[in-house]
Design a protein around this ligand. Sequence first.
Ligand SMILES: [Zn+2]
Length: 235
Amino acid sequence: MIKTNIDYESQLEIYESAKDISHEFLNRLSKDCQIPIREIRFNEVINYIENHYGVLIMPYEFKSIARRIMSGSLLINHGGVAIGYNSTMIKDRQNFTILHEFGHYLQTKRYHLDNQSYSDLLSNRGYSDDELKTEHEANMISSYILAPKEALSNLIHEDSSFYRIGQEFKMSRQATYMRLFDQLTLENHMQPITAKNIIRDFEDGKNDSIKDHFNRYIPLYDEWDIYDQIMQDQM
Ligand SMILES: [Zn+2]
C-alpha cells in the first residue's frame, strides 16, 4: 500500500470521488445481478468484471520481467481490457491489486482517459504528485469495492470480529485497517487518534465503540432504492 503525504482536504476529495466511482459500479452490479450491495463480495465482483465488462484478468507469466518488478497492470487496447497481476504476492494483496487496476479502468471512464494504460511496481517508488493522487484514488476504489459500506456495516452489527471481516472481504489486516480508518476519519470526520483507538479496540475484540459509530453514521437505506427499481422493472 502506498504511503502518502496528501493533505487532509485532498484526502477528503479523493475519498469522495472514489466513493462515487465505487458506488456507481456497485449499484450497477447490484441491479444487473439482483444482489443487494450488503451481500456483494470479491467473487461476485470478479465475475461481474470478467463477464459484464469483458476484462481479461491474468497472472504474469512465470518467466516474465513483470513478475519480478510489478504488482499489477492495466492494458487498454482497441477496446480490449486486460488486468495483469503478480501471483507471487500473498493472495489478499493479489485481490487488492486486481481491484486497484480495475479502479484505474473506472478512472479512465470517469475522466475520459481513452486508451490509458497503467503499470504498478512492487516498490511504489517514483510517482509524481499527480500520479500519487491517482494511485491513492485507485487504492480507495479497490478498498471500497472490496468492502462496500453497507456490507461492512452489516457485518459489524452482526458482531463479526476484525479478523472475520478481513476473511469475509478477502482483505489483509492492513487493508482492513485502512478501510475502517478511511471510513471513520474521512466519512465520519473523526480525529485520527480516536479512530486508531477504536480500531485497536476492535482488533482486541471490543466492538462497542465501532458499532456505535457505524450505527450512527451509516444508514442502510440506499440499497432499498435499488430494490424498488428492480421491483418496478419486473412489473
Ligand atoms: Zn496504480
